[in-house]
Design a protein. Structure first.
Length: 131
């Protein structure tokens, strides 16, 4: 996005907050999804099974969060949804009205924390293979 703006506008006039959001949000999102896929891949040799488990986790987390939200009438349950955490953090980064009453930075911390957890699991799996 930043490169396209520079190429077509031939100037680089962008707010620092927008520039930080354009750079930081995709890094967090891609790191989270990549660490999840790598962690699942390290646990199974079957590629099809990894894809199925990924989509089950990704979509079932959203379904479970929506069920709890409707029954318990609290937006806090949307923090269980991976899809909604990514959306909420993106809206927070780009300073757009949030979908839920939960702060956007909390969704960002959840994504970063899960990425660290997934990388820790990957590191443990690698150590087991090396020994």
């Amino acid at each position: 996005l930043v490169l396209a703006k520079v190429l077509f506008m031939t100037t680089f006039t962008m707010d620092a907050k927008v520039f930080a959001a354009v750079v930081f949000f995709p890094i967090v999102k891609c790191t989270f999804l990549a660490s999840l896929i790598l962690m699942l891949s390290s646990c199974s040799k079957n590629g099809r099974l990894v894809k199925i488990i990924f989509f089950l986790i990704y979509f079932l987390s959203d379904m479970v969060a929506r069920i709890f939200r409707e029954f318990l009438k609290s937006d806090d349950w949307m923090l269980l949804s991976m899809i909604e955490n990514i959306k909420q953090f993106g809206k927070y980064c780009f300073d757009v009205n949030l979908s839920y009453k939960v702060e956007g930075w909390i969704s960002g911390l959840i994504l970063i924390g899960l990425s660290v957890l997934f990388f820790a699991i990957i590191a443990l799996r690698i150590r087991k293979v090396e020994v």
